[in-house]
Design a protein around this ligand. Structure first.
Ligand code: A2R
Length: 313
């Protein structure tokens, strides 16, 4: 089996490369933007900007992958406020470029479009856990573009009978994640405190919000299972199915800390529009693929802490 990962230089891409090449034994080709790095001798790496449809066509004609994982995105919510046009171009136009390139290439790979739990946005009390049929009320520009990407996938699957599966991924965490994400941020702070490079006070935002956290390694396993048995034109939630409060996550992180740490609320980290609970209903994913979480939250936290301890050394 040959798989192409588009936008593989990001957080998820590295884990997906490892899973497909090492665990599944696939031949993997991966794309990155010029200037990005992918260190892996066992795969073919190409520079590709998805804004250039002709380049996508040339790559597809050369490699003819049976599976295409589309990860390339402007994936930051905060950047999406500053650069709405760029976000729409990459996430919507880029996806159209890919789908059109596949159509023009005249063959039929299976395609996974990676969306986000953010697409659901303002979830009402009675809507938790969130099923795939829940009304989407995106609360930011990134989420709007991802919702649009998913709708495009549905339309192309129906109109052109293309084998496209959509996912809405909830919070994924793991080593290598940027510290702009809450769990990486907390673990980094703890590691720098342990190393004596920061006073023993951890700054936090809203600890009451509950979110659905899953290890990124379990997430990419779900993606490859969906490429085996996900149904054409369908959308799947990918998450743990169990929301945990940020306070609970912080307690777990602090319980692994080697030093005593005080907690301090930083008003800059408080986001007034925080949705109180986001929890995925993953029954469709489990029923169609047999997926279940393999890595516990505690094991993930230990791995993330170890990652930041090595950096803080
Ligand atoms: O923005 P950069 O320089 O970090 O590059 C990102 C890349 N990318 C592009 N690739 C090809 N053509 C473009 N025009 C283009 N613009 C950006 O896509 C980055 O290397 C990759 C996305 O990786 P991350 O931002 O690290 O996202 P992550 O966490 O790996 O999530 C993967 C997917 C995304 O579709 C998210 O929206 C979704 O999972 O949650």
């Amino acid at each position: 089996m040959k798989a192409l990962i588009i936008g593989a230089a990001g957080f998820v891409g590295g884990y997906l490369i490892n899973h497909l090449s090492s665990d599944c034994g696939f031949e993997v080709c991966a794309t990155k933007l010029c200037g990005e790095q992918i260190e892996n001798e066992n795969i073919s790496v190409y520079d590709l900007d998805i804004m250039n449809k002709e380049d996508i066509i040339l790559l597809l004609q050369k490699e003819k992958p049976q599976q295409i994982y589309h990860l390339a995105a402007q994936s930051s919510v905060s950047v999406s406020w500053d650069k709405p046009q760029l976000t729409a171009d990459i996430n919507i136009k880029g996806t159209i470029n890919l789908l059109e390139a596949v159509r023009e290439s005249g063959y039929s790979p299976k395609i996974l479009l990676v969306g986000s739990g953010e697409e659901y946005g303002y979830v009402l009390k009675g809507e938790v856990p969130i099923t795939e049929d829940t009304l989407m009320r995106p609360g930011n520009i990134y989420a709007v573009t991802k919702a649009c990407q998913g709708m495009l996938g549905e339309v192309y699957a129906r109109a052109y009978n293309m084998d496209i599966v959509m996912v809405r991924a909830f919070n994924h965490i793991g080593p290598l994640q940027s510290d702009t994400f809450v769990i990486a941020d907390f673990c980094k702070q703890v590691a720098f405190i342990e190393a004596g490079k920061k006073p023993p006070v951890i700054s936090v935002g809203n600890l009451d919000a509950k979110r659905d956290f899953t290890d990124v390694r379990d997430i990419v396993r779900a993606y490859s299972l969906l490429m085996q048995s996900g149904k054409k034109g369908e959308t799947y939630n990918v998450g743990s199915g169990k929301a945990v409060s940020i306070r609970n996550m912080l307690d777990k992180i602090l319980s692994h800390s080697k030093v005593k740490i005080n907690i301090e609320t930083d008003p800059k980290r408080l986001r007034p529009s925080d949705v109180p609970i986001i929890e995925a209903d993953i029954s469709k994913l489990c029923a169609h693929t047999g997926w279940k979480r393999n890595i516990s939250i505690d094991d993930t936290i230990e791995d993330i802490l170890e990652y930041w301890r090595n950096i803080a050394k």
